[in-house]
Design a protein around this ligand. Sequence first.
Ligand code: HXC
Length: 513
Amino acid sequence: MKEHFDTLEAKTTQAQMGGGAERIAAQHKKGKLTARERIDLLLDEGTFQEIGQLVTHRSDNFGLDQQVFLGDGVVTGFGRIDGRLIYVFSQDFTVLGGSLAEAHAAKICRIMDLAMQNGAPVIGLNDSGGARIQEGVVSLAGYADIFYRNVRSSGVVPQISAILGPCAGGAVYSPALTDFVMMTEGTSYMFVTGPNVVKTVTHEEVSSEDLGGASTHASKSGVAHFTAPNELDAIRQLRQLISYIPNNCEEEPPALAYSPSDESRPALDSIIPENPNQPYDIREVLNAVIDPDSSMEVHAEYARNMVIGFARVAGRTVGCVANQPATLAGVLDIDASVKAARFVRFCDAFNIPLLVFVDVPGFLPGTDQEWRGIITHGAKLLYAFSEATVPRITVITRKAYGGAYDVMNSKHIGADMNFAWPGAEIAVMGAKGAAEIIFKGEIAKATDQASKLAEKEAEYKQQFANPYEAAARGYVDAVIRPSETRQHIIAALDMLRNKVASLPRKKHGNIPL
Ligand code: HXC
């Protein structure tokens, strides 16, 4: 036995802390923390319990038999965030570039299996050169073992990925399968093929940062839900994110204490501009309705015509989905639909009530949107809302036009409580467009066509540009003063607290992907 340990010691060229002092210093120089430093910051102090610290790689190829790296380039285990159980893996770039091989993958799989068995989130801290080249196909097999578990765990336990270094090739697909992706600015990137391959194949010259850095994925591709200027901030945000979500699909999200107070928000009575075409920031409405400083926006830089994020109302987590009139008039386009649809499905999977604010002029017209499939992508949002069984509340603040009215959590697709502000316009389209179509002949015959159009526009507006037609049919439950929105939402959430709803028996639906 002693012999065995002597050999192990002789082969172990690096300390248990990772790839040695020099490599750790190099990691720090890049503005990156080590795998263990990250875990220490992420978890409540002193709670980390490591699993598999003595696991080593199993390959003898290309000189790997000459070295033993305890832990095989990944630190795995469990601990607590705000006292709640969390599983974590943290790839160690100082050991063989954090590359993933058989033993490394097996350690991650073990954590994922435990998380499923015991019902707790998995946070992956990714910093890896990808498949370990020396180990060949077993590295690829290791990735596939992880992907498979990502999918099996989806909707059972929350899965969160932080990208804190390179993440390239097929390796990107594990984070992509998880619920949320966080990236650090300047020190992380994700791409399926790197700049060199891009140059060879398409002759495009692009840097790693432009191709797959944090800002690219936060604003252009939508792959990253969150970005952080540094790792400390990234880890702070991960802890905050965990605070909104339950540990598994059987649990309710954690709630904070709440004592009723004056819930009226008079500023909301004057927040909608007189001119219906003038924008306002829906975030101001959201911030007035939710508990003070309780929000965490998701995908803040992507598809800004839709605002989504977590917040608390009377101490309870809600998932907010809101059209943003300040960007593209809040129109629904492909990116906004997909962004909101995925978020709705996350909230539904994890028992988070949905709070939806509607001010939408319709779907974005044009060849770009049609040719890229707005029909299919818009249907995703319709599907996601229709399928959601969590408490669902809607507030129409201004426009709810056309198909977008139906899609944005209308009563018809299963919303529980729908409110409208007095100035809401619920109609097939805007009054001008409507008048131009239905009074086309009359307007053409008029000597003064402009004033005829204005007259017909006013007529249509009078008839439909209000919430009362919808209220009379019960499509909205109440027309409420904006300043009283918060109290109505608190009461509705309370009323829906024990909602039980289920979907028809099926293997699974077929969301239009
Ligand atoms: C083995 C690797 C490695 C890898 C890095 N290293 N990547 N070892 N397998 N995939 C080692 C390096 O040899 C080096 O060891 C140490 O890690 C640090 O790497 P550096 O290159 O010095 O660091 P840096 O300059 O920061 O560059 C990081 C890097 C680069 C951009 C990630 O190392 C790189 O391009 N690596 C290869 C990436 C790659 O092609 N991976 C395969 C992707 S395909 P020494 O001992 O010299 O310090 C893939 C398929 C997955 O992952 C498929 C799943 C389905």
